[in-house]
Ligand binder design. Structure first.
Ligand SMILES: N[C@@H](CCC(=O)N[C@@H](CS)C(=O)NCC(=O)O)C(=O)O
Length: 205
């Protein structure tokens, strides 16, 4: 099985975290923007990463579908609970992680444009509010518990972990740790896991 991605993408990291947690062997194929047309578009018409290519030739995208696919492929450890309400709760955590990452990706891509072509201050404020409201709900729902949902590690922890990690990487000036000490402790616990250590992107130079 192959996973096409780039190390800086939070969605690719989500898929890699699921592969690592489930101990599924895979080949990581570096697919930066220059090769997307030839390497990714034939597998995913949307041209986005991550894409998972199975040994049977089946291509799976996007990251939410990849995680669900992997969780069905290898039963243990279970990342998405089977009971309906529990499953929806864990998927809601995933939506929070994705939404925080979406806003942070938009901001960090806009930063790279020449100043004259950047979005307005209102647009930036709107994206930051999404991140801040998302963090507030994550913090409230985590409370003083060890895991984001239930009594064991799930996709909810992957979602919080990759979103918080991406904020550190893309928007370090946000300083989210100070207002959210419980999320900060969660991030430290997650960072100590093999899966998080193995998928930590190298610092930008
Ligand atoms: N919802 C998708 C988002 C994937 C996504 O936006 N990936 C970015 C990289 S961070 C990408 O491939 N962008 C290229 C494009 O949109 O053409 C997922 O979770 O997989």
């Amino acid at each position: 099985m192959k996973l096409f991605g780039t190390p800086g993408s939070p969605y690719v990291r989500k898929a890699r975290l699921a592969l690592e947690e489930k101990r599924i062997a895979y080949e990581y194929v570096h697919a930066p923007a220059e090769v997307r047309e030839t390497q990714v578009v034939p597998l995913n018409p949307l041209g986005k990463i991550p894409v998972l290519l199975g040994d049977d030739g089946r291509a799976v995208y996007d990251s939410a579908v990849i995680v669900e696919y992997l969780d069905g492929l290898v039963a243990e450890p279970r990342l998405i609970p089977q009971a309906f309400n529990d499953r929806i709760e864990v998927k809601r955590w995933e939506a929070l992680g994705d939404g925080i990452a979406d806003a942070a990706v938009l901001i960090s891509h806009d930063y790279r444009k020449p100043e004259a072509r950047r979005e307005s201050a209102e647009w930036y404020a709107k994206q930051r509010q999404k991140i801040e409201r998302g963090l507030a709900v994550m913090s409230r729902d985590l409370g003083s518990r060890e895991f984001c949902f239930g009594a064991s590690f799930t996709l909810a922890d992957i979602a919080a972990g990759y979103a918080l990690g991406y904020l550190d990487q893309a928007l370090p000036e946000l300083n989210w740790r100070k207002p959210y000490p419980a999320l900060s402790q969660l991030a430290a616990r997650l960072a100590a896991r093999d899966s998080f250590r193995k998928t930590l992107p190298a610092p930008a130079v």
